[in-house]
Design a protein around this ligand. Structure first.
Ligand code: SF4
Length: 428
């Protein structure tokens, strides 16, 4: 094993939910390692040690755009051919590499061992390794593990697995107390906006998961209600429910409608009056509407298709159709958890072509015949589709850009307007 990476390297009742087509075939997706890029920026005292191959290291470093002097908080312990052939004791090597990392970075309080395709193929038991290392570093560093392998996952599932691994570590909320927990990585600027809005609404104890410091984990218990800020956190949601927390059903906070519905769901638990809700949200809604107006003109009437990649497809499609006037040609998502999407599905047109899963060749054939004005897809498909004269938007941009909340609604619309404006300029 070698260490790479510490050095440079409208109302919900309006519509009936649409039907669903299921596809099973070859898929074209990124793996869950991509989540480390935004997770390590958010959790500032955590280190992510991927146990993988050179491919994993290259993916991570190119996705994260590592700067030479930045000392990133992630690295890859490279499995060598000897490890893969079962000739070396990977556990000894892993212990050595972990010690090297923690000696070099005394500021680290949580170490995530991150599984990959190679570590899964050789059945390296990272759960046992995390237990062993937890004993060694008890009182100094918490050691957790999760899998981000691309064998059966999409790139946003890495965050779900990471947050899921934190849930058993959350302290217990004292009985008789209540709290609201916002679950899902949000840029700090967006988190601060939501904290201000909930405070003005009079919502009591508010916490975020993940926290900015892994050493400051939020409490959870039967008095906790939680709101998902991202739609791809099904495993984390189930783990929180198993600890007694109550998931609030809500649309996701994209655009004005989604953000209003999401905030209202949290406010309802604290019995905030309609008048107070309106008073607090009205200025932000007005700002969001002004931000959106500039882009509606470009987007209205344009046709859009989503290929399955980020699991953000359904709420983003809902926003583009209902608030920007776009026409949805096809919305495909890697997985559909109807419970987590209940509020969103009710807002989609009943005749929408909604697809779960992927058979990439068939999907590309449909795309070529539909020829939408813009297509949202993974990085690997974007360039070939552009070469065929189709305009594309990388779905991964939706997790790297602040898009939740009122003040980001205009920026979210702009992500889709920009390629269309550019194309119009090139045509002139
Ligand atoms: S798909 Fe598997 S082998 Fe490839 S980078 Fe991701 S975890 Fe590593």
């Amino acid at each position: 094993m070698n260490l790479l990476g510490t050095q440079p390297q409208a109302s919900i009742e309006e519509c009936a939910a649409p039907g669903l087509n299921r596809e099973r075939g070859q898929r074209q997706v990124f793996c869950g390692l991509a989540g480390i890029v935004w997770l390590h920026r958010k959790i500032q005292d955590a280190f992510f040690l991927v146990v993988g191959s050179r491919t994993c290291a290259h993916l991570l470093q190119s996705a994260a755009g590592v700067m030479i002097f930045a000392e990133p908080r992630f690295a890859t312990a490279i499995l060598q051919e000897r490890d893969l052939a079962g000739l070396a004791d990977c556990n000894q090597e892993l212990d050595r590499v972990a010690a090297e990392v923690l000696q070099r970075r005394p500021d680290i309080r949580t170490l995530f061992l991150v599984g990959s395709c190679p570590s899964e193929v050789i059945k390296l038991d990272l759960a046992k390794a995390a237990e062993r290392l937890s004993e060694v570093y008890r009182g100094r560093v918490r050691v957790l593990e999760y899998s981000a392998s691309g064998l059966e996952t999409t790139f946003t599932q890495g965050e779900d697995a990471c947050l899921r691994s934190l849930v058993p570590e959350l302290p217990l909320l004292p009985s008789g107390e209540r709290s609201l927990l916002v679950v899902g990585t949000l840029p700090d600027v967006v988190e601060d906006q939501f904290a201000r809005l909930f405070a003005e609404l009079g919502v009591g104890r508010l916490n975020f998961l993940p926290p900015r410091q892994a050493s400051e984990l939020p409490p959870v218990g039967s008095g906790t209600s939680f709101l998902l800020a991202q739609p791809f956190l099904g495993e984390t949601a189930r783990a929180l429910q198993a600890r007694g927390a109550n998931r609030l059903s809500a649309p996701y906070p994209f655009g004005v409608e989604g953000t209003l519905g999401w905030l209202r769901s949290g406010a309802a638990v604290w019995e905030v009056s309609d008048a107070r809700f309106e008073e607090v949200t009205a200025p932000a809604v007005a700002r969001a509407e002004r931000g959106l107006n500039r882009h509606r003109e470009v987007l209205a009437g344009k046709r859009i298709s989503f290929l399955p990649d980020s699991q953000l497809e359904i709420p983003i499609a809902r926003f583009l159709q209902r608030e920007c006037g776009m026409e949805l040609v096809e919305v495909a998502t890697p997985f559909l958890d109807r419970r987590l999407m209940e509020a969103e599905l009710a807002w989609l047109p009943a005749d929408l072509r909604l697809t779960e899963g992927q058979d990439v060749e068939q999907q590309l054939d449909r795309l070529r015949s539909d020829r939408p004005d813009i297509c949202v897809c993974g990085l690997g498909l974007a360039n070939p589709l552009e070469a065929e004269g189709l305009r594309t938007k990388w779905s991964i941009e939706l997790v790297f850009t602040p898009i939740q909340g009122f003040d980001q609604a205009g920026d979210l619309a702009e992500l889709f307007a920009r390629p269309l404006v550019r194309e119009a300029l090139l045509r002139v």
